[in-house]
Design a protein. Sequence first.
Length: 410
Amino acid sequence: MNLSDTARSALRSLRANKLRSALTTLGIIIGVAAVITMLAVGEGAKQRVAEQLRGLGTNLMLVLPGTVTTSGVRLGAGSRNTLTEADAAAIRDEVPRTLAAAPALRGTGQIVYGNLNWSTLIYGVTPEYLAAREWGVARGRALDDNDLRSGAKVAVVGQTVAEMLFGGTDPTGQTLRVKHVPFTVVGLLAPKGQNLTGQDQDDVVLVPITTARGRILGTTQGRLRTVNNVTVKMADGADMKTAEAQVRELLRQRHRLQPEQDDDFNIRNLSEVVEAEQAASKALSALLAAVASVSLLVGGIGIMNIMLVSVTERTREIGIRLAVGARRRDILTQFLVEAVILALIGALAGIALGLGSSLGLGRALGWDIAFQPHAVLLAVASASAVGIFFGWYPARKASRLAPVEALRYQ
């Protein structure tokens, strides 16, 4: 009896008990659907994290003001600007493999265009800022050194600001007021999206740092040219831990900190954030897949249970087949094929259910969903393995029945 004959015989046996076969495959259907859905959700989460990380830029460090001690009292982090433009220049010139060190002033304010207004973040930056953040300009131009030297009243706006104030029109060349100071829009930033904390990076207006300090974000320590943060971009392949240590040592020297004194600045190594987010995303995907795989195990147990019942019900049939010359291998193959067919039918139905539920879940909750071909192959392979593993014992039991005893079974 060849394999095709065995498969046809197995299908006839399954069709004879349609309801039982359908209920048997239910566990596999749910298991495969759960695996595909969880893998799709996990892959979508990984892609979203990767997109957010690309939005931040690569090989970045963010230097922020730290704590300072006044009359024995430790003030909160960022309570005093301890960083200056000179610190940024020193980092750029003295730390090896530094591509950019962009100082920035940060504030919020009301932006007005015509009879429309919008509250947004205002950054006073240097031309290096966009290079450090790997941020392009969709229309117009970026800020340049001439804008910086002359303190020009020009601005580059983010996509959100442009949408809120200008709708679908080109904002370049238009004049808006930033804290009652008129600025000419010279550029529109490319879309950046949300960062890892969910903040809209496109809701921003960039102006020359000299203009920001003198006109809208002035500081009481203006002569020191203090800044709120410094974005440091390193070259590809640079050791970020080594670079962080070099930046820390340089700033401690420049700020004349004694060995026993704490840093008056903080360094956030965004490459470590990238690694942590990617590790967490992989762990989440593995956990989801492991949880979903439990359903496959339950489905396999259901197949074994039903196959054992089938062997008991068909004991006399097995005895007749053995008596007329069927080999034990034929009996083993038939029951094993039945188990595998049940698992594969469940897998196919589970794939359809998994794809549909993933799309529905993504639309209902606004989640990113990403299907991977290997997830479908994994589901089919897993279902086949479950059918073989849990079908082997019932098939082996059927093949070892003694013909005489099987014929006597009522």
